[in-house]
Ligand binder design. Sequence first.
Ligand SMILES: [Zn+2]
Ligand SMILES: [Zn+2]
Length: 287
Amino acid sequence: MVQIVGILIALAGVGALLYASERLFSAVRGQRLWRRDSGVDLLYWLITPLVIRAVSKILAFGVAVIALAVLDRQIGARIADGFGPVAQQPQWLMLLELLVLGDLTGYWVHRWFHSRRLWRFHAVHHSSRRLDWLSALRVHPINDLVTKLVQTSVLACLGFPLKALAGYVLFLSFYSTLLHANLNWSFGPLRYVIASPLFHRWHHTTEDEGLNKNYAPMFPFLDLVFGTLYLPRGVQPTRFGTSSTRVPDTYIGQLAFPFRRAERSLRHPESPARQLSRSSIGASLHV
Ligand SMILES: [Zn+2]
Ligand SMILES: [Zn+2]
């Protein structure tokens, strides 16, 4: 309970700081602090930390089961403290590798959630039409759990200690609030190195714009390498949401949405054919 209260206090502090920054450096000017759907996002903020404990237990159990299945039994039993060459490196090098490999895994899992099969789980996150820091936690629990499970399992099987992975997952959640904030920050010369609000907000635009681009959680150069970077210079995205997938407005409706049968008239924004044509075109890099 103390842990949950601590997380809520920390999030409130981060939120207050981001609200103040959003007023000073707005990407979309005149956007209200309290949107029509802010109540739904607030529910995600209140409920997600409450289930974090349960989720983290499922997550730790899942990682242990996967590690024991993939690794030698003796090594698998040592995943909590890390093992092998990875755990014997200097800490700064291990941290750097953790961030890059974690991001690489995160990139592909995110891209996987944009595929036809998983899109309805991820469409919930893309359903915000006005984007600010509060939108960050609008993530379907299955989307959240699968992403974290794949990321941490891959890293645990490579030998990274579980404690470092727990810190990494928490850090990504906090960083995500900055990426969604209504801020015009691009990080200038570091725009291709560290993900900025501008970088991720393009990812939330409608299908005709930057959707299916900018998948990396932290490092835009991964999108550059895989041909999915979209960063028009001097332009701020303004139209957010999905135009061809209608996600319900209510919290319960959003949780149930992936399990409901899709309306036949609605197309998925990224058909395999479209993926193919996009990847053959390569990166839309306007610099
Ligand atoms: Zn996405
Ligand atoms: Zn997002």
